[in-house]
Design a protein. Structure first.
Length: 469
């Protein structure tokens, strides 16, 4: 957990993802970062005397015995203009795990401390380089599943959401000032803010807050990805379709009913849209003619029903080589055609008959014929999945600002406080009590950008970051 008492430490971490790669970076931040780098860096040029800011210096990193660890490029970014607001040094190494670990070990040996999760960005926040919405946007940029999600995060990283929140708070502070005059000078001939004007000003801020909250729903699919659930009776071809869409074997495929007993989840990208694809346990009845359903499979089927309720789109699979069974028809009756695509599988087999899908078409379901073996119809299916999902989501506006879950919860709290304040103002509640509500709303909004935020909340936010960021 981040400890403010250790904020003067010089910290270091590997800033690039784990694994082998062309380049890996060891990042150092703090007052001693340049001194630590100088101890282990051997410049290639004899004329080198010190690190020139924002310049790449070529040389080698050595250990305590002066043995060469790697050829590197070193850059120094002095504070307060660096990412963290402190002196920062980045050592660009070859990207092997062993090399990066060895270089980091030397940096730590020379006096740096291993950084906590998100500690570099935490320091940027504490030094005023970022507000809290920008700091959270850093994590959103890192985890953005699509270009559109990255664009939404970039808008917040540039400070636009923080500026919008600050503008809302400024409008409320102006109303607070007017209320304070009325409370402090009740008998003076001072022009006071009429209750109707106060209610109108509060309502205007609340409308803008509600627009930000609506942006959460408008952009959810692009930020989080769409949930698409594969459903149907056992052996309908769900696992084969899962593997076909992924282009690799992820689900076990057999002729035995109930092979998928839990649910499997993977992510695919369909022309820029991130899709969380879930293969659920096949639905079947526990009869004498079928193997008994055990507790694990029953729990898997229950989870499948829950996932179908939450899905942006359900793919209802039916075997195209046999007449539609009563179980699939029964499942279809509880699904919405608007949120479901019916998929007729096994298009490659001789017994396939498009007429087997007629009962589903009669219920209003759109039908797509596929073969997971030959790939027939998969491109069409992917295109229809994307179109159906985006029919409800749409394309985010270029200037859209989408609060995350924490920010949205705080905005909703502020909106409710303002709704109560608006009603109280029109009900002639005394101005001093209205001022208390107004102050509460201002403080609530301040917690979004971090002016008033507890250390526990900050720790929970930055703990979601990776080490090195």
């Amino acid at each position: 957990m981040l400890d403010p008492r250790r904020s003067r430490d010089t910290i270091a971490a590997i800033a690039t993802p784990p694994g082998d790669g062309g380049v890996g970076i060891v990042r150092i931040s703090g007052d001693r970062s340049r001194a630590i780098a100088a101890r282990i860096f051997r410049p290639a040029r004899a004329s080198f005397t010190e690190f020139i800011p924002y310049t790449l210096h070529y040389g080698r990193i050595v250990d305590g015995r002066d043995a060469v660890l790697d050829d590197v490029l070193v850059a120094c970014m002095p504070g307060p203009g660096s990412y963290t607001g402190e002196d920062v040094v980045e050592i660009n190494c070859h990207g092997g795990r062993a090399v990066l670990a060895a270089v980091l070990e030397e940096v730590l040996r020379c006096g740096a401390r291993l950084a906590e999760r998100g500690e570099f960005t935490y320091r940027a926040f504490m030094h005023g380089r970022l507000d809290l919405t920008q700091a959270e946007a850093v994590a959103e940029m890192i985890h953005a599943p699509t270009r559109s999600a990255a664009h939404l995060a970039q808008a917040k990283l540039s400070g636009l959401l923080g500026q919008r929140i600050a503008a809302l708070r400024t409008r409320l502070e102006a109303l607070r000032a007017a209320l304070a005059v009325a409370v402090d000078f009740p008998d003076d001939e001072v022009e006071c803010l009429p209750p109707e004007a106060l209610a109108g000003g509060v309502a205007g801020v609340r409308v803008d807050i509600m627009d930000l909250l609506r942006a959460v729903d408008r952009t959810r699919t692009w930020r989080e990805g769409a949930l698409v659930v594969l459903a149907g009776r056992v052996n309908a071809g769900k696992s084969s379709l899962m593997n076909g869409l992924l282009g690799r074997t992820r689900a076990i495929v057999t002729d035995q009913p109930g092979t998928t007993r839990d649910y499997l989840e993977e992510t695919v990208t369909l022309d820029g849209l991130s899709v969380r694809l879930v293969d659920t346990a096949g639905m079947r009845a526990d009869t004498a003619a079928a193997p008994r359903i055990d507790a694990v499979e029953a729990a898997g089927m229950a989870m499948g029903r829950e996932l179908m309720d939450r899905a942006d789109l359900v793919l209802l699979l039916a075997d195209g080589t046999a007449p539609l069974d009563s179980g699939t028809l029964s499942l279809a009756t509880v699904l919405s055609p608007e949120r479901t695509l019916a998929v007729l599988t096994r298009r490659d087999l001789p017994g396939f008959d498009p007429a087997h899908g007629a009962p589903l078409a009669g219920l209003g379901f759109e039908l797509v014929e596929i073969s997971s073996v030959t790939g027939h119809g998969l491109d069409t299916l992917c295109a229809r999945v994307r179109e159906r999902v985006l029919a409800g989501a749409g394309q985010p506006d270029p200037d859209e600002l989408a609060p995350n879950a924490r920010q949205a919860a705080i905005l909703a709290e502020a909106a409710e406080e303002l709704r109560q304040l608006e009603a109280d103002a029109l009900a002639a509640v005394p101005y001093d009590l209205l001022g208390v509500r107004l102050e509460t709303a201002c403080v609530t909004l301040s917690s979004i950008t971090g002016e008033i935020t507890s250390q526990e909340v900050l720790a929970s936010i930055f703990d979601t970051f990776c080490i090195g960021k």
